[in-house]
Design a protein around this ligand. Structure first.
Ligand SMILES: Cc1cc2nc3c(=O)[nH]c(=O)nc-3n(C[C@H](O)[C@H](O)[C@H](O)COP(=O)(O)O)c2cc1C
Length: 185
């Protein structure tokens, strides 16, 4: 039997974003010794407009092709890890929009939260936790909060500079994998 599929959602779409580097590290760290299969799901590739369905998504009956595509993609995963920066004490609007587009596709699925920011992104994690609960997702008990205050004396290459900053958090990401594995079993 194929292992359960976990989408690691890249929750920032800014042109100069660091999110793909962090999400890739999360997928590799969580998936390294896991019974689950982790893969990236980049919201920049999904490229949704602002929510434009005529009916509330909880009522189904999507009319737009972009919504049907997003529904099929999100619906193909068994669980999600949302990786996102903290923006002004909240989480990125692009992620809220992507969540709001769908409803049944999220329900009862396990979800983990990984936030980052100068102070770990705890406020963004708390807000997202509330929304995922509203969507009836089964969230892992603890979010992973990554403090990514880069040293001004770094190399200037965010990917290279980030890895040593992320390394101390590897155990927390592996614990998240264990929590998702338990929720899926
Ligand atoms: C609009 C905006 C708001 C931000 N607000 C916060 C914040 O509230 N707390 C924090 O620690 N960092 C904040 N930051 C810093 C981000 O954590 C940092 O820029 C990070 O690289 C953003 O992730 P991204 O590059 O993947 O988009 C903010 C950055 C932006 C662009």
């Amino acid at each position: 039997m194929n292992p359960p599929k976990v989408a690691v959602v890249v929750g920032s779409t800014r042109q100069a974003r660091i999110c793909p580097t962090i999400a890739t590290w999360v997928a590799e760290t969580a998936g390294g010794d896991s019974a689950l299969h982790y893969e990236l799901l980049d919201l920049a590739d999904v490229d949704l407009p602002f929510l434009d369905e005529p009916r509330p998504p909880a009522h189904g009956g999507y009319v737009h092709e972009h919504t049907r595509r997003w529904s099929a993609l999100a619906g193909s995963y068994d669980a999600f890890v949302f990786v996102l920066p903290q923006y002004n004490w909240g989480y990125p609007a692009v992620l809220k929009n992507a969540l709001d587009f769908l409803y049944d596709e999220w329900a009862a699925k396990p979800a983990g939260i990984v936030t980052y920011g100068n102070h770990g992104g705890g406020r963004a994690a708390a807000q997202l936790q509330q929304v995922l609960t509203g969507l009836h997702m089964r969230t892992a008990p603890e979010p992973v909060l990554l403090t990514v205050l880069l040293d001004a004396a770094g190399s200037g290459d965010p990917a290279a500079d980030l890895l040593p900053v992320l390394a101390p958090h590897a155990a927390a990401v592996r614990e998240l994998d264990q929590a998702l594995t338990a929720l899926l079993s």
